[in-house]
Design a protein around this ligand. Structure first.
Ligand code: WTA
Length: 663
């Protein structure tokens, strides 16, 4: 961590001065699922705490030991317990709640589909039977690359029914990114769709998949959901349409028994190297963590309509659209598209129509809504909203207050939830019936979760100070390893602050944070080479490799600079090969090149050409300096640079040259 990307900055100091507090209302407390502060006391004995919650799941065979932490940092929760997550998410609701709605699907073009728990169960069984007929069995990996339609949660659950780990690849990723992930997971089957709808456009997922599949030897079959109906090439013997695959399949299929520690899914996320990591989540502990936090952080009641706007391609969708809500028998909205199609009030229209009670969305969206103006939410009656939440990045107090006022009607508590792909479920967040909130703070660790702030040496920093956010003991939904790379798991997450000789194991989250004098956590962003663009993690190295992959590029450095809407924006500095002249056209070409290599979310917002990159005498690129340049800050001492004179030149060029990032 020599090249800190996000050090505490001035805005954070301002944030820490935030004095407003929002205690839960009497009315909310009276009806809350959890309303006694004593729950935090209960959580201190975390093993017992989680064990006491675990009866909320349907187990086939009870565990013999709650936590096995004898081989840290490799944890086992609910040792010897047997279950299949789909029995908790589907089967057990059938008897009393078979006709209850699981998903109100809202297609971007305006089509709708209501799916009850029984219908969901039947379609999951049919697809599980279909996948089994293609040779998928327990332990086989299945890759999923789809838009947000009902068939997407069905696909995840059908894999889970078979005990086949799924690896969902976000539909916004490119062919190359899909190919890398399929190959790393050695997936046997890919489930995709013809095209998906986004912002009124058709996104050609099958065609992207076909390019990826030219170099994915492990894939035997491709299942294709018809979404837009556009004819797509189908390769005989390999490709089959979803509706044809499930057509004659029985609507029942016994769930495959899995162990509490069998892998439920792999989800790739960016780290500090160019290669994405396959985060491995297992079964019992993960489902418990996702369902407990879903129920209690969002204060879910049986009749609620809940809506998480994330894409299932990210962990938020896994835990809070699929597994958490379904385990709790909740009715969710599942929306396919963007918030401004056909107009900027789409979210608010959906909330009014379905009388949504809980909304869970991202700060970047909230800032976008602020920019669009209050007229859009004001068009709709959103009095059904009882609670609103955020995830993905720090929320600035201004956006928090706007969200509270214009979306929550000044009435709905806000839960700012901090967690990660690796943690599996929410870790730091208010309990809405207990915790007084402060705009901009994720508040305190949930009961049963241990967090701390430490300094460079790993010593706890007293309240009032800042440092590195760490997690101090195991939790049920924790990642178990990195797929095929346990050593990287140990080094990346446990290497920095653990003291194995004292048997002290500390998970380092990669985030900086401060803790105020009341013990509230204020997240400061990543302290490694990971950017957070619109709540999505992108590694600087990944973007750099994509740029260098272009024939005209000699060298590239990428930093995340602050952006009022997307949190961070990607700023790239590129040196070209000797004979090449940089111009607008090449900038456009490079941005598209990155989009093709990784996905549009990774396209740099600005590219500056420079004859040299600022480097230390040992040859390291000074990213911190580039960030200062990008944010037009006064430049500090540059005397350690090997090529100090290059800095002014870059700064001048950067000021002159900025392109804006499209969606
Ligand atoms: C950031 C998303 C501040 C953080 C669930 C973390 C947040 C990374 C918050 C994980 C929050 C997430 N406040 N920062 N409430 N929630 N983050 O893996 O930097 O996509 O490390 O998981 O997002 O992103 P990931």
């Amino acid at each position: 961590m020599t090249e800190a990307q996000n050090e505490p900055s001035v805005t954070i100091e301002a944030l820490m001065d935030e004095q407003r507090v929002f205690p839960p209302s009497k009315e909310f407390v009276a009806q809350a699922n959890i309303n006694a502060a004593s729950v935090y006391e209960d959580g201190k004995d975390y093993e017992t705490f989680w064990e006491n919650q675990a009866d909320s799941l349907l187990w086939r065979k009870k565990w013999t030991k709650t936590l096995d932490w004898s081989n840290p940092p490799f944890a086992k929760w609910f040792v010897d317990g047997k279950l299949n997550v789909t029995e908790s998410c589907l089967d057990r609701h059938l008897e009393n709640n078979g006709d209850k709605v699981a998903y109100y699907f809202v297609g971007e073009p305006g089509d709708e589909r209501t799916v009850t728990y029984r219908q969901l169960y039947e379609e999951v069984c049919q697809l599980a039977n279909g996948l089994a007929s293609l040779g998928v069995s327990k332990g086989d990996r299945v890759a999923i690359y789809m838009g947000m339609t009902v068939e997407l949660p069905v696909a995840l659950l059908a894999c889970a029914r078979l005990g086949a780990p799924h690896s969902v690849v976000f539909g916004g990723f490119s062919s190359d990114a899909l190919m890398d992930r399929i190959n790393d997971a050695e997936a046997k089957v890919l489930i995709t769709c013809d095209e998906s709808w986004r912002n009124g456009n058709k996104i050609a997922l099958k065609s992207y998949a076909d390019s990826a599949l030219e170099k994915t030897p492990s894939i035997e079959h491709v299942v294709v959901v018809k979404r837009t109906g556009t004819a797509v090439p189908m390769i005989q013997g390999r490709d089959i349409y979803y509706h044809e695959l499930i057509k004659d399949q029985p609507k029942e299929r016994p769930a495959t028994e899995t162990d509490s520690e069998d892998t439920l899914f792999i989800l790739y996320t960016s780290g500090t190297t160019g290669k994405p990591k396959g985060i491995v989540h297992t079964t019992g502990g993960y489902l418990l963590g996702a369902s407990f936090t879903h129920k209690n952080v969002f204060d879910i009641k049986d009749d609620d309509v809940y809506w998480c706007t994330a894409d299932i391609g990210w962990v938020t969708g896994h835990s809070y659209i699929v597994y958490g809500p379904l385990a709790n028998g909740t009715t969710s909205v599942l929306y396919e598209g963007v918030p401004n199609y056909p107009d900027k009030d789409r979210y608010w229209a959906i909330i009014e129509k379905y009388k949504v009670n809980q909304l869970y969305t991202a700060p970047t969206s909230i800032r976008t809504f602020m920019k669009w103006g209050t007229e859009f939410p004001e068009r709709h009656d959103m009095s059904s909203l009882r609670l609103i939440g955020t995830v993905g990045e720090p929320i600035n107090p201004e956006a928090w207050i706007w969200y509270n006022k214009y979306i929550g009607g000044g009435r709905a508590p806000i839960v700012d939830t901090w967690w990660q792909t690796e943690t599996g479920h929410i870790m730091i967040s208010p309990l809405p019936g207990v915790t007084t909130t402060k705009p901009g703070s994720a508040t305190v660790p949930l009961p049963g979760i241990g967090a701390d702030i430490v300094d460079e040496e790993g010593n706890p920093v007293p309240w009032g100070g800042g440092g590195y956010l760490v997690l101090t003991h195991p939790w049920p939904g924790m990642l178990r390893t990195i797929f095929k790379d346990p050593q990287r798991f140990v080094d990346t997450y446990w290497g920095r602050f653990s003291k194995p000789e004292e048997n002290r194991w500390v998970y380092f989250a990669g985030d900086g944070a401060k803790r105020d004098v009341d013990g509230y956590y204020w997240l400061l962003g990543r302290v490694d080479d990971v950017m957070n663009v619109s709540g999505h993690r992108i590694s600087t190295l990944e973007v750099e490799s994509a740029l260098v992959d272009h024939q005209d590029v000699a060298e590239a450095a990428v930093v995340g600079r602050n952006d009022p809407i997307t949190g961070q924006a990607i700023a790239a500095f590129v040196t070209l090969k000797g004979h090449v002249q940089g111009n607008e056209q090449l900038i456009a070409e490079l941005r598209e090149h990155v989009a093709a290599k990784i996905g549009k979310i990774a396209r740099p917002a600005s590219i500056v050409f420079t004859d040299e990159l600022p480097k230390t005498r040992s040859g390291k690129i000074m990213r911190r300096l580039l960030r200062d340049i990008s944010e037009q800050r006064q430049l500090g001492d540059v005397t350690t640079l090997a090529n100090a004179d290059v800095v002014n030149d870059i700064a001048a060029r950067a000021a002159a040259m900025q392109t804006s990032q499209e969606d």
